[in-house]
Design a protein around this ligand. Sequence first.
Ligand SMILES: [Zn+2]
Length: 325
Amino acid sequence: MQDPPSGSDLVITSVLGDIDPESLGPTDCHDHLFIRGGHAVALEPGYLLDDVSAAVAEAETVLAAGGAALVDCMPLGVGRDADGLVEVASRTGLTLLGASGFHRDAFYPDDHWVRRSDTDTLAAIIVSEHLRGMGRDGVAPPDDDRSSARPGVIKVATSGETPTELERRLLVAVGLAAAETGLPVITHTETVAGARVQLAALADRGVPADRVVLSHMDRHADAAELAEICRTGATVCLDWLGRTDRRPDEVIVRLAASLVEAGLGDRVVLGQDLARRAYWRSYGGGPGLAHLFATVLPLMTRMGFDRKELDTILVATPRRVFDRR
Ligand SMILES: [Zn+2]
């Protein structure tokens, strides 16, 4: 395994190693290539994404459609597959960023190790993944057998308006680890109030808003609320694209357009969160992971985005928010 980098040179950590941020291309900033067991799958079998060949096939469609990178947002203890990400990145050339950190309370059953660990221990586990590699087992705590992949982001999540007691501890642990490692934080939000709690808790631990990407904000925030959140310095990820069973892509593109019009076009990134077999073409469903690049980008052009605005959202802002400082 490579040594962790030293000095202050900015890098983005992909699962195949550190890269120059300037080499990061168009990025799907919130998606899922593997969910290999864990409590989420126990609750909802449709979440199971366990086939490397299927992931390779989807990754190839992303590249063919003009995508270059994808952030896999499965964190510790919920079915992450670090070695699977390494294999897909190696076989396809798609740049993949993996996640350390934690998911929402409901994805950790009562007897899960995350619930039994204190905040300092949880923070130390994240830091150890940055230094030594991600744990191989997607559900158990990381042991000495590590993947060659190191995390590129730290995930954290809150449920509803007010975090649970566990989620409050996980926020502290992630804040401590992000401040120590310089890794960016990507969050799961369910409400605007919850997003504000996340930003405040992370800031308390020395993680400023401009190091935080708030996922799912298109599910619960209107244009005015999004602009207000972006003015804190945080970046919002609009990632219900492709989930046209929930909401048409046009509605989400209009939210992005409202941020560009407000002068906040450098505070928004896009993702898909296609974390179900039914959303993958290689499992016989759709729209498939290429949707963002094959369908949404042409739609954005038709809806008035120019090349520079698209480049900011797809390339320049991911380079800025996913570097390590
Ligand atoms: Zn997700």
